[in-house]
Design a protein around this ligand. Structure first.
Ligand code: PTJ
Length: 263
């Protein structure tokens, strides 16, 4: 599909993102439902004000601390996250020493392979990409029917911390039931994923990933101790963070109404 738009277009970023998702669909990377998911995300991004809010920054800091404290972290990758953040996912995987696992809601062998290829193209090491062509090696997550519950025994199955950008609620709940800590990125503060994760980053993946990388690097450069990382985590409360995000949305809507002269 032809894509002709210049960065001076007022909706450049949004149109570029939409293009990445639809192009991802044409290449067999993104699921058709991923196009809808992006639209849903965008609607919430409008409400948030299309910026990373203070509560999201706090959640990102807590996520960076948890990733560094993890014994066995893993980054779950799906069709949407890879087209929007392949390079960042690969970089985060390298610096946080967390392999990537292709874990799909709409799983097909073709999509698994296409996503792996996109991660390799973005600089990913083949050996750090799990969850592809598992066959009989696959482990089932209890409580999730057919393909949705398939995980890699060397990846999500044995991880203690699972990073799940743009996930569906059932899988978040199932991972929690398995005793794992879950970090999610989701623009919708009302989604079950957002409500049930240990850390919920209510922000656009395109803004949150670079910030998360920056925080991980900062904590590593400062050589934060386990105790210091634990104290960052202790300062974060998932439900309080969601409440703050809702207040930020309210404040943004009130400000926007005022600016437009609405009562
Ligand atoms: O690639 P697959 O087969 O694993 O499928 C991926 C999708 C995303 C289609 C699948 O997991 C799905 O259907 O997810 P949901 O239930 O639509 O949830 C996706 C969530 O991500 C929604 O709550 C959206 O608001 C949110 N979201 C969408 N785009 C973004 C986003 N959050 C952050 N940044 C975005 N760009």
């Amino acid at each position: 599909m032809n894509f002709e738009i210049t960065p001076n277009h007022p909706r450049y970023q949004s149109i570029l993102t939409r293009h990445q998702i639809t192009e991802g669909y044409e290449k067999g990377i993104t699921a058709l439902a991923g196009v809808i998911a992006q639209g849903r995300g965008e609607a919430f991004d409008y409400l948030i004000g299309e910026k990373t809010t203070p509560s999201a920054v706090k959640a990102i800091e807590a996520a960076a601390a948890l990733l560094l404290l993890a014994r066995c972290p893993i980054l779950s990758v799906n069709g949407n996250s890879v087209v929007l953040s392949a390079k960042e996912t690969v970089l985060l995987s390298k610096i946080a020493n967390a392999p990537m696992e292709v874990n799909l809601f709409y799983r097909t062998t073709r999509r698994e392979k296409a996503i792996k290829k996109a991660l390799i193209k973005a600089g990913g090491d083949k050996k750090a990409i799990l969850g592809v062509g598992l066959g009989k090696k696959a482990v089932k997550i209890e409580g999730l029917e057919h393909a949705r519950g398939i995980v890699d025994p060397q990846g999500i199955a044995k991880a203690d911390v699972v990073f799940i950008p743009l996930e569906d609620g059932d899988r978040t709940r199932a991972l929690k039931k398995m005793g794992k800590k879950v970090i999610s990125i989701d623009l919708n503060p009302f989604s079950r994923t957002a409500q049930e994760s240990d850390i919920t980053i209510i922000d656009n993946i395109t803004r949150a990933m670079p910030l998360l990388i920056e925080k991980v690097k900062k904590f590593q450069t400062r050589a934060l101790s386990e105790k210091e990382l634990q104290s960052i985590l202790k300062d974060y409360h998932p439900h309080k963070s969601i409440q703050e995000a809702l207040k930020e949305i309210q404040a943004h809507l009130q400000k926007s109404s005022k600016e437009r002269g609405l009562p």
